[in-house]
Design a protein around this ligand. Structure first.
Ligand SMILES: Nc1ncnc2c1ncn2[C@@H]1O[C@H](COP(=O)(O)OP(=O)(O)OP(=O)(O)O)[C@@H](O)[C@H]1O
Ligand SMILES: [Mg+2]
Length: 587
């Protein structure tokens, strides 16, 4: 193996004079403690290495050992339910949320293995050869994407270490190869798929402002920009809890160590509300604490994507949450600074944008090599300094995402949650998801959605006017628009993550709520045209019931929405009688 000697070192980055060839992205070990590192530049006989562990104590002259392999992470059945650092070293097996120096990978555990093929079978790349039953869900064991051939041996059902050979394969060229349940994969390389599929199914989140207004498709990409304390983490955790993905990969890139300790402690406690089991059973957490070098944080989002692809390839729908990509970008900036690279906008390196692209491009709904359907949906929070969305990380991220959920400081201050701003947010997946809503019996979805958004746009404009001339001096139509827009906000967009009834809203209940709300808006407009005053409409008691329908009408009670609609009809019928008698009196 090639070796090198450290010449220069600064934080997590070192340069070394090499004897023998190193390749780009090669995994290396540094010093006596065999700290894990990666070659990030090779020029002549000099290599530059970023070290994924604390480099305190390293000095010029210390040896760097090559491995001849790309920096890789081990993918296997032991991932589900685990908490790892940016290079998939277990944070729980060591008994502390800190990685021991030089620890390479999680120690192999044993799993029950059930064979799915027999000697003589011919397998293609990515084929399923076995399964691991138990846990929240059965996991599949797949051939690596570069392996194929005839099965010449497979173990019987039983318990095996995840790194033990369970399958022997003879390649078409005649070479024999042993395959284990756990396989290494280079961190930064996307895993191959057979085909990309259109993103025409939603990832349902149970959050109305997302599903019904700014939806995200399975295979989609979303950004959650938001200033300090606006609810990014709570939103991502809510999505992790409720979205209809099979597996959640949660990447916590914290700035403060205690923030991540929170993730490490809280996540295992969360309950999967669908199954009543622990949410952790279908989750992989990747966490970076502040005592880990920035380089591990930089690697962590790619590691997260690689883990997500591993589950996607088993024919599962995966949601990957990264909180926060700004902290990741800061790690990129710090390493770049140490390398003496020319800083770009905001002192981030010029390749910030392409790195973001490399990450978000890994979202997709796909046909896997073995012919199954799987998907990865990516959601990343962005924490712009002083909440300024024109800074580089936010603006570059916008180029690669399709759903943009902008958290608003004023909404958050008013404790209006989720604080997603309806006028600053958008989704480019609306057209491709219209068919899905139609198939659910909600053919009017795009129309209602447009109607609600138009009301909110008008509200912003009219509120400026109201501040100048006073609300009472506004035309009746404008007053009604303000009333209806308020109702859209209160009755539909507002949804408490902590309400037993309303923290989750199914597509059927969302449809019923949209329909009821649209019915009210329409009836109110007709009443206004027939002579009712905005004040009289605002005083209808049914308005209160409408504003509280999310809290009052639980899942699976469609009759209650029909009752409410009848109440709306009756209220307006009463209003018409009153206003026509008023007309008679005054004439
Ligand atoms: N959906 C919600 N329902 C109720 N309360 C919420 C909701 N979202 C956020 N909050 C409140 O706001 C607080 C801050 O939220 P959160 O930690 O998610 O913000 P953040 O944007 O991640 O902050 P930071 O910038 O520090 O990472 C929470 O502790 C909670 O009290
Ligand atoms: Mg946060």
């Amino acid at each position: 193996m090639s070796e090198a000697k450290i010449k220069w070192i600064s934080g997590p980055v070192l340069r070394a004079r090499a004897t023998g060839g190193f390749q780009m992205r090669e995994a290396v070990q540094v010093g006596e403690n065999r700290l894990l590192g990666e070659v990030i530049r090779a020029e002549g006989d000099e290599i530059t290495v970023q070290v994924y562990e604390d480099t305190t104590g390293l000095k010029p002259g210390v040896a760097v050992y090559g491995s001849g392999r790309l920096l890789s992470v081990p993918l296997g059945p032991g991932l589900l339910g685990g908490i790892f650092d940016g290079l998939l070293r277990s944070l729980t097996d060591t008994g502390t949320p800190y990685v021991l120096p030089g620890l390479r990978a999680a120690p192999a555990k044993s799993f029950r293995f059930a064979p799915r093929v027999q000697p003589g079978d011919r397998l293609g790349p990515g084929a399923v050869f076995g399964s691991v039953p138990g846990g929240a869900r059965e996991q599949s064991c797949l051939l690596p994407p570069d392996a194929q051939g005839e099965v010449i041996g497979i173990v019987e059902a039983g318990e095996y270490a995840e790194d033990a050979v369970v399958l022997r394969l003879k390649s078409p060229a005649g070479a024999e190869r042993g395959i284990a349940m756990r396989q290494d994969w280079p961190v930064r390389a996307p895993r191959p798929v057979a085909a990309r599929l259109p993103n025409n199914e939603p990832l349902l989140t149970g959050q109305r402002i997302i599903d019904a207004i700014f939806p995200i498709a399975r295979g989609g990409r979303a950004a959650i920009p938001g200033g300090f304390g606006t609810g990014k983490t709570v939103l991502l955790e809510t999505l992790a809890k409720w979205c209809n993905a099979d597996v959640i990969v949660y990447v916590g890139c914290g700035e403060r160590g205690n923030e991540i300790a929170g993730v490490v402690e809280e996540f295992p406690e969360l309950e999967d509300p669908r199954t009543g089991r622990r949410l952790m059973e279908r989750t992989v957490v990747i966490a970076n604490t502040s005592n880990m070098p920035v380089s591990a944080r930089e690697a962590s989002i790619y590691t997260g994507a690689t883990v997500a692809e591993y589950f996607r390839d088993q024919g599962l729908h995966v949601a990957l949450m990264a909180d926060s990509t700004s902290r990741w970008a800061e790690a990129l900036r710090e390493v770049s600074g140490r390398l003496g690279e020319l800083p770009g906008e905001g002192a981030y390196p010029a390749y910030l944008s392409s790195r973001l692209a490399e990450f978000y491009e890994r979202a997709a709904r796909v046909r896997t090599l073995s012919g199954a359907e799987g998907s990865i949906t990516l959601m990343g929070s962005v924490s712009p300094p002083s909440g300024d969305f024109s800074e580089p990380v936010t603006t570059h991220t916008r180029r690669y995402i399709r759903s943009y959920w902008a958290l608003d400081v004023r909404r958050a201050q008013a404790r209006f949650y989720p604080a997603i701003h309806p006028l600053q947010s958008y989704s480019e997946d609306v057209a491709s998801l219209t068919g899905w809503w139609q198939a659910q019996g909600n053919a009017q979805w795009p129309e209602w959605r447009r109607r609600f958004l138009t009301l909110l746009e008008d509200q912003a404009r009219l509120e400026r006017m109201a501040r100048i001339i006073g609300k009472d001096a506004m035309p009746a139509r404008a007053q009604l628009t303000l009333l209806s827009a308020d109702l859209v906000n209160e009755a539909f967009l507002r949804q408490s993550a902590y309400s037993e009834t309303d923290r989750f809203c199914s597509p059927a209940r969302q449809t019923a709520m949209m329909k009821t709300l649209a019915r009210f808006i329409e009836a109110a407009e007709q009443a206004l045209a027939a002579g009712a005053t905005p004040d009289a409409i605002a005083q209808l008691p049914v308005l209160r019931r409408l504003a509280r329908m999310g809290e009052d009408i639980p899942e699976g009670e469609p009759a209650k929405f029909r009752e409410l609609e009848t109440a709306i009809e009756q209220a307006f019928a009463g209003l018409e009688k009153v206003s026509s008698s008023e007309l008679r009196v005054s004439s």
